[in-house]
Ligand binder design. Structure first.
Ligand SMILES: [Zn+2]
Ligand SMILES: [Zn+2]
Length: 907
């Protein structure tokens, strides 16, 4: 048997490798030239990790790796260096490169019946069988290893070799003796060594498991297989504990890609073995293909959260391959949309570095245009023969509730505002809970700098709260805590996120970020029994005066924690600044996307001191100015307004109200309303926007929680207490041909409340044509009720044993509402409904009598909408969220699992 694919699939892939994927197969074949001509040598020494080896002494950048050129050259500054430590680091890359070439040669050899490739693959395997046991298992950095200094590297290396042997042995001719020798002299001892070292829920353990599983299958060793699948840190444990319920890896985006690729091997092999993970965990794994793309910045790099490398673009082959492997398993419009971007022929192609790729250890390169010919052997075996039409899919506002990262996007995805609040992220985490991120196109205003070299002093700066746009308490970096979401909602015109974290004993800090089209309001509030000083660093800006010119400060030390990772030791040119105005004005030196600078207005509820400094920029970038605002109180708030496209002229911050004066003369007055946030506008309609009023949490949040809670996750299902009121917008829109924006941003407000034993559902649609189609009208197109294609409401309620669903359509010139029982639902719950027109729309009220004693129930509300000139509905707003779905072919059916969970408040 073959470890990854069965014989029939292998046969089918031969046709594909000679057909639609021939350019990929031929490209890999060409790059094998040095292996085929014997221009390679298996390293004699084991790899050595040192501070110096492999890095540029000027800028700390990883030196270039070229398998055919042993010189050590910096790709950043061009410096060539030499020395034993560099020479001893190089086998790290070389061994991985060579092992991957063996696998390439095996795959190409079998798929294309290429004897030269088969011969070369066995040749290297023979060489490794001679040498493996000669590498000393000592002087390692992170776990036992012979050729390397860390176990997981040996795991990745061994995995390549095991898969290569397996594929070679699936071919027509092979030598049993050679295979036995590789098993005995490499696979068996290496697998035992890997099994001796358990790395818990680290991303590295994913690779240890994958290698043990592959080796266990090749050796027919049931104990090793069981250990890799079901051991204490086996595949199941990692899928359930380290891959979070939203499909994201707990250590952040950078590790996500690396870990998920390892999980791909594990899951693929487990499925072949007939021992797949549970359905819920398989779904979670499949969600993992999309997860890293949900948080992308507008420039298609991912936010450099935690110990990520800085500004890594997804325009690299392995990201395209991840989309391909995901699509090979299941359809997902987001993956297709991402491939449309990655395969965009308008993007210039550069060297993708595949010729020198080092198996599954990532070496990031600058963005490049890509095609399917740039992928790897995995795609030769797994990618679809042909792809569906690649349609771009706009990046949308999104929430990863398990990871704890909310994103509000504006201007078709060009503008990004993130609130990183949730998981602290383990050993690779940073003390940056409640971190604010702001990006406009290619310009990063509030940035997460990631981390440079692990062996450089700067690591401690990047691991400080000060290096982020996150609050710190009492002059120290935050403790390692997880934050909690309070609200996440995008109503289209405005969106907001609110989260909190206990950043000092007894001191809870809450951050609210409200985004209107081209500006945001940020409020950091704290509450405690004792006085605490809360400080917020803002990078890349200076304090400016009324005239807009920077205010020079007075040189003064900035006091703060003396811990290495408190970060204060990295501050240079420190000054105390006396602002000349309230609120205090800040501005960037640099201009952004539209030529406008970033401008800020900040006020503090208690007296504040203002400080400036020069601090390190992101790794290998210039240093930059920093403004630090500090205020001490038992409870307080620091509120700011930020404008990045020149749309804001002034901001007044008085007490609770924030008045934003816009360049067009209009004014937006923001107020916190306890659990919600309201915005009064002088010119636009609707005049008032209410965010989150009466909501314990947004339905989107609740639905995500409820959805994930049906998995075996630890997040409990949360029931929303009545009354509930929700504004539905972009995140709730199930579209047809037009996006929510293109459809004119339809919205509605849905409220649910209790009246005696009745559930009262009210739907206010502010803008509608009031095109009501008679409930029994004939549908000339298909068997679906014609009435779904006009304005109207679909209501679903499950209470006790009853599951009722209705299509409700107002009857013109009356207060009556016609109804039909929705497909697949009953009408056993008694219902009454009325409607009335409003100035530009309508409102409909339905009251449903629930069974006696009901304390909790499930419900969902869908609002159909259309526009003149269309015969079918344009879309519908869905209370439980659209999850990027289309409205097609749904008629008035609805999936019971989608209903939100509610409870009557305890009287
Ligand atoms: Zn350099
Ligand atoms: Zn960080």
């Amino acid at each position: 048997m073959s470890i990854l694919v069965d014989a029939a699939t292998m046969q089918a892939r031969r046709t594909i490798a000679r057909g639609p994927l021939a350019p990929l197969a031929q490209g890999l074949r060409t790059e094998l030239a040095p292996v085929l001509t014997g221009a390679i040598e298996i390293p004699r020494d084991k790899a050595l990790l040192s501070r110096v080896g492999g890095r540029c002494p000027n800028d700390g950048t990883l030196l270039r790796f070229d398998p055919l050129d042993p010189r050590h050259v910096c790709p950043m500054c061009g410096l060539e260096v030499s020395g034993e430590l560099h020479d001893r680091f190089r086998p790290y890359w070389y061994q991985l490169w060579l092992a991957e070439r063996v696998l390439h040669a095996a795959v190409i050899g079998v798929l294309l019946d290429d004897a030269e490739c088969l011969h070369a693959a066995w040749g290297v395997l023979d060489g490794y069988a001679d040498r493996y046991l000669e590498y000393p298992n000592r002087d390692n950095v992170l776990g036992p290893s012979r050729p390397f200094f860390s176990t997981y590297l040996e795991s990745i290396w061994l995995l390549q070799l095991v898969l290569a042997v397996d594929i070679l042995e699936s071919g027509a001719t092979h030598s049993a003796t050679r295979g036995a020798r590789v098993r005995e002299r490499i696979v068996e001892p290496s697998a035992q060594l890997i099994a001796s070292y358990d790395e818990g829920s680290s991303n590295r353990q994913v690779w240890n498991d994958a290698a043990m599983l592959a080796a266990g299958i090749l050796l027919d060793d049931a104990r090793l297989i069981d250990h890799a699948l079901d051991g204490p840190s086996g595949l199941s444990e990692l899928l359930s504990g380290a891959l979070l319920a939203d499909g994201s890896w707990y250590e952040g985006e950078n590790y996500h890609l690396f870990a998920h690729r390892g999980l791909w091997y594990g899951v693929t092999m487990a499925e072949r073995l007939g021992r797949p993970p549970s359905a819920a965990l398989t779904r979670r794994f499949d969600d993992g293909f999309v997860a890293p793309f949900r948080t992308l910045l507008p420039d298609l790099t991912y936010p450099s959260r935690r110990d990520s490398q800085y500004a890594i673009s997804v325009r690299q082959p392995r990201f395209a391959e991840s989309c391909e492997l995901g699509l090979a398993r299941c359809d997902d419009r987001r993956l297709i949309g991402m491939l449309a971007r990655l395969y965009d022929p308008a993007v210039a192609a550069r060297d993708t570095g595949r010729r020198a790729s080092t198996a599954d250890v990532e070496r990031n390169l600058p963005a490049s245009g890509l095609t399917r010919a740039d992928l790897s052997w995995r795609s030769l075996l797994f990618a679809r023969a042909t792809l569906p039409p690649l349609e771009p899919h706009p990046l949308a506002s999104d929430l990863l509730p398990a990871q704890g990262f909310g994103i509000l996007r504006r201007d078709g995805g060009r503008c990004f505002v993130g609130l990183d609040y949730g998981r602290s992220g383990g050993g690779h985490g940073h003390p940056d809970r409640l971190n604010l991120l702001l990006s406009d196109g290619d310009v990063r205003w509030f940035d997460d700098p990631g981390t440079g070299s692990y062996v450089d002093e700067s690591l401690h700066w990047y691991r400080s709260t000060l290096a982020h746009t996150a609050p710190l308490v009492d002059g120290r970096s935050q403790p390692r805590v997880d934050g909690e979401l309070e609200a996440f909602e995008d109503s289209g015109v405005a969106g907001w996120m609110r989260a909190r974290a206990d950043l000092a004993p007894g001191c809870t800090v809450q951050r609210t970020v409200v985004v209107v089209d081209d500006y945001l309001v940020d409020r950091v509030e704290w509450e405690s029994d004792e006085v605490h000083e809360v400080a917020i660093p803002f990078h890349g800006v200076r304090v400016v005066g009324r005239d807009g010119a920077p205010i020079a400060g007075v040189p003064a030390a900035i006091e703060g924690g003396d811990g290495r990772e408190d970060g204060f030791a990295f501050l240079a040119d420190t000054m105390r600044v006396e602002p000349d105005d309230a609120p205090v004005r800040l501005a960037s030196d640099a201009a952004g996307a539209g030529g406008a600078a970033l401008r800020g207005w900040i006020a503090s509820s208690s007296p504040a001191s203002w400080w400036s400094a020069v601090v390190p920029g992101p790794p290998a970038r210039d240093s930059q100015p920093l403004v630090l605002v500090r205020s001490a109180a038992r409870r307080g708030a620091i509120t700011s307004v930020w404008s990045w496209r020149g749309a804001v002229r002034s901001a007044e911050l008085d007490g609770d109200a924030v008045a934003v004066g816009r360049i067009d003369g209009s004014v937006h007055v923001h107020r916190s309303t306890g659990d919600g946030w309201s915005i009064d506008r002088t010119t636009d309609t609707p005049r008032t926007i209410e965010l989150g009023r009466g909501l314990a949490a947004d339905p989107l949040v609740a639905s995500s929680r409820a959805r994930w809670a049906t998995d075996d996750s630890t997040t409990p299902a949360r029931r929303l207490s009545l009354p509930v009121r929700a504004s539905l917008g972009a995140a709730h829109y199930r579209r047809s041909e037009q996006s929510w924006e293109e459809a004119g941003r339809p919205t509605c407000v849905v409220s649910l409340e209790r009246s005696g034993d009745r559930l009262v559902v009210r739907v206010d649609v502010p803008r509608a044509e009031r095109r009501f189609i008679a409930i029994d009208a004939e549908n000339p197109f298909d068997n679906d009720p014609a009435a779904i294609h006009g304005d109207g409401v679909q209501l679903y309620v499950v209470a006790g044993a009853e599951a009722s669903g209705w299509l409700l359509v107002p009857i013109p010139d009356s207060a009556h509402v016609a109804r039909r029982t929705a497909d697949g639902w009953s009408d056993t719950l008694p219902i009454d409904a009325t409607w009335r027109p409003s100035s530009d729309g309508y409102s409909l009220t339905a009251s449903v009598t629930l069974p006696p004693g009901t304390i909790s129930f499930d419900a969902d509300v869908l609002v159909n909408e259309n526009t003149p000139g269309r015969s079918r509905r344009r879309g519908q707003l869905v209370l439980s969220g659209s999850h990027d779905e289309f409205v097609y072919l749904r008629a008035d059916r609805h999936d019971r699992d989608r209903l939100l969970r509610f409870a009557f408040a305890v009287p």
